[in-house]
Design a protein around this ligand. Structure first.
Ligand code: ATP
Ligand code: MG
Length: 573
């Protein structure tokens, strides 16, 4: 064993004794370098084998000073003071002063390296000298690399372990609140009082804990609910270039949960404060905050804060899932999360791999998204649906992060700039979007009316390319194009205006049965809205029945079609 012993006011015989005691402790003969350090005022501080033994007078004095500091208390009187003093004296013992701490050897960009701190675990919280907190992320033989969450530290200062991992308050008190990834309020109100706390990292439910996804999560967006249905407990990626309406789809989905008993968590990672403010304003205006929690780590936060944000959001949603409820969590977006993690990893001196991301960037997202699940009945049957968002560059879905997240999730909704700018909003590319498990969760009514929608749209897109060259088409193709253009127009939907299940069923039924055949394509969208309005006024009972049962029979179908044809004739007139 090798080590250094700093000492003050000790005789050679006493130092001899110290060295003999360390030999006894470690069971071997050690080589110790003795360095005088008068600031210790007496005693010694030894750094041996990654541990620090503090038996110095200066540390004892500061401990005594700490024990004898009393907070300002207006009700303090002699009697109370005596009792506090007695209590402190009882608690304060000198014999426990051998403790471990490490020393900061480098500090910069929110990352510190600490020497002499042994026995720490990955993800453990460390306490800094100023009371701040750091997260241990890189553990090696004699050094710990950590990301500072709060507080500041400089080289030479002490850091100690806490044997605790990071956790966050979770519970109903968070509903309607905007919080930071460590649970601090960001909305200017008092700190939320929750009775439960959950660790931000938690193992994903195992195979036996899960059940197949079987209940739908309606987004209220016709193109998604009809062709790329999402089930509760599914992970569906929203992917696309910048400014293609990714956030809008997620927010619309949250808005549509107003009567669905789903707790929503919106996690903003590395976004502009103005963009988050806009989302919050929309949620407030539509009265969606009463069932929504916003976890925000803006671009101005440290990389470490942005790194923990989605895990914290997931932990909050998990609280609801494990208490048997349904939760939806939106991660907006995981590209920025990966970038924050890359910055941290490079500063921690981890070797960079493809696109300079560290080797474990797949695990970064897989362990997060695997926590999405539909739990089995024994565990309460709750669910956690995840809608991660990933931003692509120039539509390149084969870049590193997009391919990773595509392979982890149960499908993706691919948004295209070209469609978005041509006015097709939401700009869903039907060909490249899939939902791998949602189809079995789709309501029977929806399945019955979707028909050949996907095929028609695909054919229409393909053929419309030829039309641009002014090609002559035969009558069958012309009819197909007519149908395609109307269906494609029908899928256009303004933002923040979700359809109910019954609305969607009626519109698809109408499109499938040629109700819009005489409406000029550019008017289909407004005709559809007028139609829904009319149906709501004329036959609310039928719409109610469709919503309640989630199914339609021939009789309802006939009645709806009859009503819609009549409505369309009026609209035309
Ligand atoms: P960013 O890459 O900046 O995060 P984004 O992909 O999340 O962007 P949004 O912010 O959702 O995109 O939308 C971009 C713009 O398009 C916004 O101004 C939004 O209001 C508008 N928009 C999105 N969807 C629709 C829609 N269905 N109808 C009309 N406007 C829309
Ligand atoms: Mg966005």
């Amino acid at each position: 064993m090798k080590g250094t012993v700093h000492y003050a006011n000790m005789t050679p015989a006493e130092l001899e004794d110290v060295s003999a005691r360390f030999d006894e402790l470690f069971g071997e003969r050690g080589e110790y370098e003795f360095v005088p350090q008068p600031e210790l005022k007496g005693g010694f501080i030894a750094h041996i084998g990654g541990r620090t033994f503090d038996m110095s007078v200066s540390s004892r004095l500061s401990a005594v000073r700490g024990a004898m500091t009393f907070p300002d208390d207006p009700y303090m009187n002699a009697e109370k003071f005596a009792s506090v003093l007695a209590e402190r004296t009882e608690k304060f013992k000198f014999d426990g002063l051998v403790y471990e701490y490490g020393t900061v050897v480098s500090s910069g960009d929110g990352i510190i390296h600490v020497k002499g701190l042994s026995g720490r675990r990955y993800g453990e919280l460390l306490t800094l000298a100023d009371g701040g907190v750091a997260l241990a992320l890189e553990i090696s033989d004699d050094e710990v690399g950590a990301a500072v969450l709060f507080g500041q530290t400089c080289v030479g200062e002490r850091v100690s372990g806490t044997n605790r991992v990071l956790d966050i308050p979770a519970g109903d008190a968070l509903l309607g609140r905007i919080i930071s990834p460590v649970g601090d309020p960001l909305d200017g109100k008092s700190a939320p009082v929750c009775h439960a706390r959950r660790p931000i990292e938690y193992p994903a439910p195992g195979i036996m804990d899960r059940k197949a996804v079987s209940r739908p999560l309606q987004t209220g967006l016709l193109s998604i609910d009809s062709m790329i249905p999402i089930g509760r407990g599914q992970r569906e990626l929203i992917i696309g270039d910048r400014q293609t309406g990714k956030t809008t789809i997620a927010v619309d989905t949250i808005l549509n949960q107003h009567d669905q008993d789903v707790v929503c968590v919106y996690c903003a990672i590395g976004q502009k404060a103005s963009a988050v403010a806009e989302v919050v304003r929309t949620l407030q205006e539509k009265d969606a905050m009463r069932y929504t929690i916003v976890v925000n780590s803006p671009a101005s936060d440290s990389a470490a804060m942005q790194y923990i944000a989605p895990y914290a959001a997931c932990a909050i949603a998990e609280y609801f899932m494990y208490s048997g409820r349904d939760a939806l969590v939106v991660y907006d977006d995981l590209s920025k999360h990966a970038v924050a993690y890359r910055a941290m990893s490079l500063l921690l001196h981890r070797p960079p791999g493809r696109e300079a991301y560290p080797g474990d960037v797949f695990y970064l997202h897989s362990r997060l998204l695997e926590r999405g699940a539909q739990l089995c009945g024994d565990l309460g049957g709750g669910s956690l649906t995840a809608l991660p968002i990933v931003e692509t560059m120039a539509g390149d879905i084969s870049a590193y992060i997009p391919t990773n997240v595509i392979s982890i999730t149960d499908g993706q909704i691919f948004l295209e700039s070209e469609l978005f700018h041509s006015g097709m909003r939401p700009a869903v590319n039907v060909g490249l979007s899939v939902s791998r498990v949602g189809r079995s969760a789709q309501r029977a009514a929806m399945r019955k009316v979707t028909g050949t929608l996907r095929l028609d749209l695909a054919q229409y897109r393909e053929m419309s390319v030829f039309l641009q060259f002014g090609a002559e088409v035969d009558s069958a193709t012309a009819a197909m194009l007519e149908r395609g253009v109307r269906k494609s127009e029908l899928l256009k939907q303004p933002k923040h205006d979700p359809y109910s299940l019954a609305d969607e069923v009626c519109l698809l039924l109408a499109a499938e049965n040629g109700v819009f055949a005489d409406v000029p394509p550019e008017k289909v969208s407004s005709a559809a809205r007028a139609l829904i309005k009319r149906l709501r006024a004329v036959c609310p009972d039928v719409l109610g029945a469709v919503s309640a049962r989630g199914d339609i029979d021939e009789e309802i179908k006939a009645r709806l079609l009859d009503e819609m044809h009549r409505g369309m004739r009026r609209y035309g007139a």
